[in-house]
Design a protein around this ligand. Structure first.
Ligand SMILES: NC(=O)C1=CN([C@@H]2O[C@H](COP(=O)(O)OP(=O)(O)OC[C@H]3O[C@@H](n4cnc5c(N)ncnc54)[C@H](OP(=O)(O)O)[C@@H]3O)[C@@H](O)[C@H]2O)C=CC1
Ligand SMILES: Nc1nc(=O)c2c([nH]1)NC[C@@H]1CN(c3ccc(C(=O)N[C@@H](CCC(=O)O)C(=O)O)cc3)C=[N+]21
Length: 259
């Protein structure tokens, strides 16, 4: 893991990832660079992990500080160790029909895994993704198309998102807006996947705040046929998929077939 400046929320993610690695016997290393590091320094650290044959997965925690060109850093990651799936070559293949990226981004892969393991058909369904970021919304939309869904993407310039989500069989919410998706946004029987991680003030909570998703769970649960909670939904799946990608990478490096 390559971390540049450690934001408070990043500390929790990094800790969870390290703990998960330990649980399954994956050794994890982190290089924690100061916030004011130069782009060159970050690229050099990535290069060091690229060249180390004992490293099978490299993750650059995002977002990077504003003075660093994210595109350049992500492109510097060895594509065969890109367990986050953010290298332009892996993203490019994800965008093309019939091509297989070496790695699929962890959060979108976690969403699909939840659907598959819950025996929810994706093929031919109308899926609506709320959000179009490079790390969640856009790759999620591309992956759903790989699974033969018809996909609509709504974002902050979409005039009436509820009108679109109302026609969805599957809704993936990744806007980063607490309780954006209300009960009346959901078609009865639809499947709702909540990616959002939002801290809201709550004086009755131990720390004075609590974690909520982008979906108003209390309302949506009365309409949906299946729904993921926050916490305890997509977040842990993201970490599980990171471990999966890393295991697959190591197997590839050792020439062990997945069959
Ligand atoms: N559970 C997990 O494993 C993970 C959770 N997250 C969480 O998921 C959420 C999204 O993350 P990320 O994609 O990185 O966030 P970004 O802020 O990068 O992107 C948010 C997207 O949502 C769109 N959006 C914002 N407000 C609205 C709105 N009112 N209606 C419709 N669309 C809207 C934005 O539109 P526009 O493009 O027009 O600005 C943008 O495309 C966050 O809460 C984040 O913490 C993120 C990664 C992993
Ligand atoms: N290169 C990169 N890859 C990422 O995958 C990446 C990233 N940068 N930057 C930040 C986001 C965010 N993210 C989360 C992962 C797990 C939880 C998670 O497990 N959450 C717990 C709750 C944790 C808590 O209690 O705070 C849950 O939802 O149950 C959340 C968020 C990965 N991200």
């Amino acid at each position: 893991m390559v971390l540049v400046g450690l934001r408070e929320d990043a500390k929790t993610y990094v800790w969870s990832k390290k703990k998960a690695c330990k649980e399954v016997g994956i050794e994890s290393f982190e290089e924690n660079l100061p916030e004011d590091s130069s782009e060159e320094e970050v690229v050099n650290v990535v290069g060091k992990f690229n060249d180390d044959p004992s490293v099978h997965g490299i993750l650059v925690q995002l977002p990077l500080p504003k003075h660093i060109n994210e595109e350049r850093v992500l492109a510097a990651v060895n594509v065969e160790k890109d367990v986050d799936g953010f290298h332009p070559l892996n993203i490019g293949k994800l965008a093309m029909q019939g091509r297989s990226p070496l790695f699929v981004p962890c959060t979108p892969r976690g969403c699909i895994e939840l659907l598959l393991r819950s025996n929810i058909d994706i093929k031919g369904k109308h899926a609506v993704v709320i959000g179009r970021s490079n790390i969640v919304g856009t790759p999620a939309a591309m992956l759903l198309q790989q699974h033969q869904a018809t996909v609509s993407v709504v974002h902050s310039y979409t005039p009436n998102p509820a009108e679109i989500t109302n026609r969805a069989d599957i809704v993936i919410a990744a806007a980063g807006v607490a309780h954006l998706v209300r009960g009346d946004w959901i078609k009865p029987g639809a499947v709702v996947i909540d990616v959002g991680i939002n801290l809201i003030e709550d004086p009755s909570a131990k720390k004075g705040y609590r974690l909520v998703g982008d979906v108003c769970f209390k309302e949506a649960v009365t309409k949906a046929s299946a729904i993921t909670p926050v916490p305890g939904g997509v977040g842990p799946m993201t970490i599980a998929m990171l471990l999966c990608n890393t295991l697959e990478s190591a197997k590839r490096a050792f020439g062990i077939s997945d069959q």
